[in-house]
Write a protein that binds this ligand. Structure first.
Ligand code: SIN
Length: 535
């Protein structure tokens, strides 16, 4: 008997909204490696983009998304996501999400962000993610058909081929996952008819990131190890404006600040974005991050600044309460002075390759949210399209699972293979893990960052090889701990990013190769797809 019908791994907006939808007909187990609210969703400041005003149109949102994606978006996916946006935003409101209303109180107060030709970002001031996360969590907690297991970290997928061996060319089937119970240290076997990976992104592969500590690419690494196809991992989005302060770990200065008139300036207060792009401060993120990188390299400065001090202080405090409060805490009054910022790794545009129903290339395995590569973002995600993608795909995946439910219920049960401990023993010195982790993050930042070169990619492959070997040894020598499992995942993700980046010998969207500064549509106007067979 399957322990649950559906195993959801991850508790961000994608996992929670999918769980709520399938819980009307299935028993759901949702595992999350820390507390439920420790997610990237919870930190999202900007909001959710959708066509919500008479001034806007589906065509405009589609056009902006395609332009931002720089020739790699799947237009069919863009169309379906944009068309479904308004319905999903209204549904979130029915779930209890309180988006900010306009002055008159009738419509929503829509924000502006880079790459958008119109105001279309529904937000809850600068706390949108937290508002969505807590509304969905309230519905999930106490739901009779949803079991929530905090402090449970999935290690690897459970595959049919590991029980029966491979049969011909038939795709493998996912039967659940091995999950580390962080409180007991035991590895539990969690079987399910359907497994859904919604583990967020992998920003922690870089030294500087806006992501929370959980963003270690767990779903992506597990799926790749299991044989699933992954795609477009060279397209790492660097957010242009992370607060520059060594104490304020990964704090984002939302793009909405520039949407409300904030201007990027250098140390002397001179605006610089118009030198790089006619759209100025509201150019797409790839361009803005690269321009800041160029400014900092040219001047040798440690940071640049976003200045919104010309706007009415009351407006600034009201519209950006979290940013105002946090910067103030670190000695910067944003109503009076510019905010020091640097780019930092923010969002993975690639991920586990899925179809338009969220299905991966392994049977009974789905991926949603930042973990998935749906084709929406192409080579550069348009700001605030990620929460939208998460809710639209969670909805579509739930529809598909419901349709196939009679067949899924007939799936034969399989004997469970317990986790093999082998000769593994408890780790004596955690410093082995933290040292490898630090090495990878620094190498990725210095060699696979905003601007890339063939030479640096070659060097990083060489430097990473012995570290990867050590990590493989740790995994077999020591009993799994969260740190060991995450390090192993970070190592896989780093390798995959480098592999994708090395294979794309052109510049496009977020992947800028100084040796090949132009597009090469003939050879590279397509997704980079990998699996472990190397096909
Ligand atoms: C931001 O508020 O700038 C981040 C929103 C996003 O990543 O789309």
């Amino acid at each position: 008997m399957f322990a649950s019908d559906v195993l959801v791994v991850g508790s961000g907006v994608a996992g929670l909204s999918f769980a709520l939808k399938v819980a009307s007909f299935a028993r759901v187990t949702l595992v999350t490696k820390k507390a439920c609210a420790d997610t990237a969703t919870n930190l999202a400041q900007g909001g959710i983009a959708a066509v919500l005003s008479a001034e806007d149109s589906f065509d405009a949102h589609i056009r902006d998304t395609l332009l931002s994606g720089d020739g790699l978006c799947h237009e069919d996916v863009v169309r379906l996501v944009v068309a479904e946006g308004p319905t999903r935003v209204r549904e979130l409101m029915d779930f209890g999400v309180r988006f900010q209303r306009g002055e008159t109180g009738t419509g929503l107060d829509l924000g502006m962000e880079g790459g958008h030709s119109c105001r279309r970002v529904a937000h809850a001031f600068d706390l949108t993610g937290r508002e969505i996360e807590s509304a969905l969590l309230q519905q999930v907690e106490g739901h009779a058909s949803i079991e929530v297991l905090e402090n449970h970290l999935a290690i690897d997928l459970l595959l049919e081929s590991k029980i029966n061996g491979r049969s011909g060319n038939k795709p493998d089937r996912c039967l659940g996952a091995y999950v580390l119970n962080r409180e007991t240290g035991e590895v539990e076997v969690r079987t399910a008819r359907i497994t859904v990976l919604c583990t967020g992104g992998c920003g922690k592969v870089y030294l500087y990131t806006t992501n929370p500590d959980i963003a270690t690419g767990d779903g992506l690494a597990m799926a790749f190890r299991a044989g699933a196809k992954v795609a477009n991992l060279e397209f790492v989005q660097f957010h242009p404006t992370c607060f520059y302060n060594p104490q304020a770990k990964n704090f984002l200065i939302s793009e909405a600040v520039r949407g409300e008139g904030g201007v990027l300036v250098d140390a002397s207060g001179t605006p610089f974005m118009h030198k790089y792009d006619p759209r100025g401060d509201l150019a797409t993120r790839d361009t803005v991050a690269r321009s800041i990188d160029a400014e900092m390299k040219q001047s040798g400065a440690d940071c640049v600044y976003v200045d919104i001090s010309h706007r009415d202080p009351d407006f600034v405090r009201k519209r950006f309460p979290t940013i105002y409060r946090t910067c103030r805490q670190y000695g910067v009054d944003i109503t009076q002075e510019p905010i020091p910022v640097v780019p930092a790794a923010h969002y993975m545009c690639g991920g586990i390759l899925v179809d338009t129903w969220g299905r991966a290339s392994i049977d009974c395995l789905l991926a949603l949210g930042e973990t998935a590569c749906t084709g929406l973002h192409g080579a550069n995600r348009l700001a605030s399209n990620s929460l939208l993608e998460a809710v639209v795909f969670a909805h579509r995946a739930a529809i598909r699972v419901k349709e196939s439910w009679p067949d899924l219920q007939r799936l034969p049960d399989k004997p469970v293979v317990p986790w093999r401990v082998g000769k593994a023993r408890p780790i004596e010195e955690n410093v082995l893990i933290s040292h490898n982790w630090d090495q990878i993050r620094r190498l990725m930042w210095n060699y696979v960052g905003i601007v890339r070169r063939e030479k640096r990619l070659q060097l990083v492959r060489r430097r990473l090889a012995p570290i990867l070997e050590e990590i493989r040894e740790h995994f077999y020598d020591y009993l799994p701990t969260a740190d060991i499992v995450e390090l192993r995942n970070i190592a896989v993700v780093a390798t995959l990013i480098i592999k994708c980046a090395s294979s794309r010998k052109e510049s496009r969207g977020l992947h800028y190769m100084a040796d090949y500064p132009a597009h090469d549509d003939e050879h590279f106007g397509r997704d980079t797809v990998l699996d472990k067979t190397g096909q």
